[in-house]
Every structure is written in structure tokens, then in C-alpha cells.
Write a protein that binds this ligand. Structure first.
Ligand code: PEP
Ligand code: MN
Length: 339
């Protein structure tokens, strides 16, 4: 059961509800968000038949939820959530949003050239890692703040919003100064202290599915962020590890319509990490849009051979441009638009 409080609910009204449900044998979990406070109730909910919480001052809505994820569930919110980026871009509406750029920010010139080309092709968000979660400690770890500066500068020049990964709660404040979307990578999907911190900021979060996480676990991780008050979460299917080794990961296309059934949150697909092979990226991108994805996040590099990370799965800008033309047709076929 979720009790959603009126934005104007007072502290006394909140305490009154907590005391009342406590006497009825229920445990109240208060989440104070930036915009609203919700109280999750755990325990024998039957008692609420006699004492309906709807009549309590300060209560806006009482929602019975069967799934373990509450605020994330369709039961909590019937209509699709639309996450606004920068007051310009909306993810989760009719328009399919394409985020593109290099795996890692390597230098300003290359980032600028890639950004110019992906913008021309129709992308609206520039991706690029400045803090990289690398499997080996000896691999390129990213440019750090210098990379963030390049992202911001280039994003402003070409009017592209910025998404970049956060791997450490200590970097949230810094990255928030430069990025429009904070990306949580697959390796950190269940970094609960990171999720709790992200729940307390006002930036949109792109939450990527863990390498061996179930859809339920992905939704539970999103619940961490929403339960702390940040409702601007975009989910991302980026492939999971299976017995198949011919591709880097197995992109779980089922996750797209499944998440749409279970949750009101938008979902985007990452065909680059989902396949690990640039030659498969176009087909999988089209499949994702056809399956109902609200957006795509695609790695593009102007010299994949020399890329410091993920060159094998990066599209050349001209291939990205062809893909965008094809995606437009797929989007139209499923009642969406690309531009
Ligand atoms: C990335 O987007 O470059 C990345 C590291 O992705 P993931 O966390 O999905 O592996
Ligand atoms: Mn990558």
C-alpha cells in the first residue's frame, strides 16, 4: 500500500498518519521527495478496510500495490511517465529520442566532430563517458572533469543535451554541474548507496540493466531512486550475459514490452553494448523501436579502429546517419516519430 501525500501536507499530518498506522500494526516507510512525500506501508493491510486512510488530512491518494516495486509500477501510475530533459527534450512521449556519441570522451576535437555529425543526423543527446567503469584497472579510465568540460562545451555548441556515467557517489555533485542526464552503468545497477544518493537530486537518471539482472531487479533498483523522491528515471535495456558468446551480450528485446506492461517509466535500448558488434547495431536498433522503446543510446566514433574503448561496437558517423533515416520509417510504422 502506498499513501501519496498532498504536496502541502504538514509535518503534523504526516506524523498523525504514521502514529495511526503504527497502532494498527503497520510499518510506515516515509520517503520525502523534492516534490512530494509518500508513505509505504508494510504489514497486514486488511486493517485499513476499517480505517480508510483516504479520509486523513494531507492524504491525496491511497494505492494498493501487489508487486514488490511500488512507485515504479503501473498500478501506481496508469499513464506513461514522461521525463523532461532540460525542458526541451521529453523521453516517454510520442517521439523516439536518440542519444549518440563515443563510449569515452577522448579529446575535444574528436568529440566535437562526432557531436556535429550525430546532431546533423538527428540525435538530440550526446553520450560520452568521462569516468569509465573498466573491467581492467590498466585500461583507460576516462578523462574525469576535463572530459565533462568538453561534453558541456560541445553540447552547448551543437545544442545537444549530455548524458554521462556516474560511478561514484562522491562525483554526483561535480557531474551534475555538467550533465543533463546521469547514467548509471550496468555494473552499478545494484549499488544501493549510489541509488539512494541519486534519489535525492533533481537530475534525470538513466538506469542501465545489470549484466545479470532480471527485469524485476532492474525495477527494484529504480524503486530505490523513486522512493527517495526522484521520479525522473529512464530505464535502459543494454543486454544481459547468457551462454551465447558470439555477441558481447544478449539484448533482451522482451524486456521492452515487459517493462511497458509492468511500469510507467520510459525505457531506452542500448544496441551497442547489447551486441558488442557494430554490424549488428542497425538491425537491433530498428527491432528496439519496433518493440516500443522510447529511445536508443548508440556508440558512434569517427575512428573506431583507434577508439580508446568499445571501438568494435561503434558506428561510423555515416552509418549512424543511414540508420537514422531507416529508424524514421520504423518509428512512423509504430505510431511514433523520430524528429
Ligand atoms: C557505456 O555506456 O559505455 C557503458 C559502460 O555501458 P554499460 O554500463 O551498459 O556496460
Ligand atoms: Mn561503451
Amino acid at each position: 500500500m502506498i499513501v501519496v501525500l498532498n504536496p502541502k501536507a504538514t509535518e503534523e499530518q504526516i506524523q498523525h498518519i504514521v502514529e495511526k498506522v503504527g497502532k494498527l500494526g503497520l510499518r510506515a516507510n516515509i520517503s520525502r521527495g523534492v516534490e512530494r512525500t509518500v508513505i509505504g506501508l508494510i504489514g497486514p493491510e486488511d486493517v485499513l478496510r476499517v480505517t480508510p486512510l483516504e479520509v486523513f488530512p494531507g492524504v491525496e491518494q491511497v494505492i494498493p500495490v501487489l508487486a514488490p516495486y511500488k512507485l515504479v509500477s503501473r498500478e501506481f501510475k496508469k499513464e506513461n511517465s514522461i521525463v523532461k530533459i532540460n525542458n526541451k527534450i521529453k523521453i516517454g512521449g510520442d517521439r523516439v529520442i536518440v542519444m549518440a556519441g563515443p563510449c569515452s570522451v577522448e579529446n575535444k576535437e574528436s568529440l566535437r566532430s562526432i557531436a556535429e555529425q550525430v546532431k546533423k543526423a538527428g540525435a538530440t543527446v550526446l553520450r560520452g563517458g568521462a569516468f569509465k567503469p573498466r573491467t581492467s584497472p590498466y585500461d583507460f579510465q576516462g578523462l574525469g572533469e576535463e572530459g565533462l568540460k568538453y561534453l558541456k562545451e560541445v553540447g552547448e555548441e551543437f545544442d545537444l543535451a549530455i548524458t554521462t556515467e556516474v560511478i561514484d557517489p562522491r562525483h554526483i555533485e561535480l557531474i551534475s554541474k555538467y550533465a543533463d542526464i546521469l547514467q548509471i552503468g550496468a555494473r552499478n545497477m545494484q549499488n544501493f548507496s549510489l541509488l539512494n544518493e541519486l534519489g535525492q537530486i533533481k537530475k534525470p537518471i538513466l538506469l542501465k540493466r545489470g549484466i545479470s539482472a532480471t527485469v524485476k531487479e532492474l525495477l527494484m533498483s529504480a524503486e530505490y531512486i523513486l522512493s527517495k523522491g526522484n521520479f525522473d528515471v529512464i530505464l535502459c535495456e543494454r543486454g544481459i550475459r547468457t551462454f551465447e558468446t558470439a555477441t558481447r551480450n544478449t539484448l533482451d528485446i522482451n524486456a521492452v514490452p515487459l517493462v511497458k506492461q509492468l511500469s510507467h517509466l520510459p525505457i531506452v535500448v542500448d544496441p551497442s553494448h547489447g551486441t558488442g558488434r557494430w554490424g549488428l547495431v542497425a538491425s537491433v536498433s530498428k527491432a528496439a523501436v519496433a518493440a516500443g522503446a522510447d529511445g536508443l543510446i548508440i556508440e558512434v566514433h569517427d575512428n573506431p579502429e583507434e577508439a580508446m574503448s568499445d571501438g568494435t561496437q561503434s558506428l561510423l558517423p555515416e552509418n549512424f546517419s543511414h540508420l537514422m533515416a531507416d529508424l524514421e520509417k520504423v518509428a512512423l510504422a509504430v505510431g511514433r516519430t523520430l524528429q
